[in-house]
Design a protein around this ligand. Structure first.
Ligand SMILES: NC(=O)C1=CN([C@@H]2O[C@H](COP(=O)(O)OP(=O)(O)OC[C@H]3O[C@@H](n4cnc5c(N)ncnc54)[C@H](O)[C@@H]3O)[C@@H](O)[C@H]2O)C=CC1
Ligand SMILES: O=C(CO)COP(=O)(O)O
Length: 337
């Protein structure tokens, strides 16, 4: 059994800490606030997220960073935009023995347009990095519902180690060496899910939703190709799998935020009402920049950006998408049949 720290006691950090605890690992759950850590230890549940679910007694919460950094294995369950600042602060406390890091956040940093692996490398240098992603809502994982995910690392031993650490019959973990594919799939689907929520609120129908999800996948594939992701990763759990669950599940924060916006709420109202992170509202800014930098067309992403940040109405965005020039479904280079 392993000693593991989960940094971030939001819904995903809480569900994963509990899963690891139930598997018999000794888990430290690092909380930003000391009152939250105290409450978790006292009540045996997280009063702020996933309320009502007992957390394994193998999990101890703390807000003390010097206690949290002692574990040799770290799970990063923080919002993407917080990762750089958090690791920068932490780097002063790190032992010379570098931890094994497994990131579970799904997003792209706004200013740098970096994925989380790039942020980690940028701040900590060469550490052993893995990313766990795939269709996995915390609300179902904490209930023990069957879930399958993928953990990717450039080091096969690291991916296999985390596979071993996280696996149980109802939490099936596949390995991969396609870090960028897994990160791009997990990040971009959040923006498409915001669009799906908007489309649901507009009552555009099932055909429209299916078209949106398929063309959203085309955008994920195009960006993935530019970043040298394996297209098969994007048709797997971290791509299509996560796109489906995030666009269609009522648990999805991104979809729900999109729905509220489609119902006429402002982004601030929708975010406040949600009370949790919807990564897509940040990642869309990074993607807008990346689309220009790497020269890739991301029309749905562009329309979501314009709705969120430029005051475009959902109806105008819909017209913009429907009135685009007719074109082949596949880019010419891929029309080999
Ligand atoms: N909730 C879910 O079902 C899943 C979430 N994820 C991803 O996991 C990441 C975290 O998401 P959730 O747990 O849902 O978010 P959340 O909104 O439930 O919790 C975020 C946590 O991060 C902490 N935090 C926020 N800013 C911080 C900062 N600057 N420094 C330190 N801590 C900070 C908050 O206090 C909170 O405990 C996101 O990237 C999300 O996309 C991935 C899979 C499933
Ligand atoms: O990534 C997730 C499920 O796999 C969670 O998505 P939301 O943040 O939209 O809830």
């Amino acid at each position: 059994m392993e000693e593991i720290t989960v940094f971030g006691a939001g819904s995903w950090g809480t569900a994963l800490a509990n899963l690891l605890g139930e598997l018999g690992h000794r888990v430290v759950l690092w909380c930003r606030r000391s009152d939250q850590a105290r409450a978790i230890n006292l009540l045996g549940e997280n009063p702020n997220y996933l309320r009502g679910y007992r957390i394994s007694s193998n999990v101890t919460a703390t807000s003390k960073i010097d206690e949290a950094v002692e574990s040799p294995k770290w799970v990063l369950a923080l919002p993407t935009q917080a990762v750089r600042g958090f690791l920068t602060e932490l780097s002063g406390n790190m032992a010379p023995q570098r931890p094994e890091i497994c990131n579970v956040a799904k997003g792209i940093e706004i200013d740098s347009a970096f994925t989380v692996s790039e942020i980690v490398k940028n701040v900590l240098g060469d550490v052993s990095y893995s990313v766990l992603s795939g269709p996995s809502h915390a609300e179902e994982v904490i209930r023990g519902f069957p879930t399958a995910v993928v953990v990717a690392s450039l080091r096969v031993e690291a991916a296999e180690m985390w596979q071993n650490v996280f696996s149980r019959p109802t939490f099936r973990v596949y390995t991969s060496n396609d870090v960028v594919g897994v990160e791009i799939g997990g990040a971009v689907k959040n923006v498409i899910a915001i669009a799906a929520g908007i489309a649901k609120a507009m009552e555009l129908g099932d055909n429209a939703l299916a078209a949106l999800v398929s063309r959203g996948l085309a955008e994920i594939m195009r960006l993935g190709a530019k970043m040298r992701a394996n297209p098969l990763t994007l048709s797997g759990l971290a791509g299509v799998g996560d796109l489906i669950v995030t666009c269609f599940s009522g648990h999805s924060r991104n979809m729900r935020l999109g729905f509220s916006i489609g119902m006429g709420k402002s982004m601030k109202e929708a975010s406040d009402e949600l009370g949790q992170v919807a990564e897509g509202i940040y990642t869309v800014k990074a993607l807008k920049k990346m689309a220009q930098q790497v020269g890739v067309e991301l029309p749905i992403v562009e329309e979501v950006y314009a709705i969120l940040y430029e005051g475009l109405s959902p109806n105008e965005a819909l017209s913009n998408l429907l009135l685009r020039d007719p074109k082949p479904e596949l880019p010419p280079a891929m029309q080999w049949m």
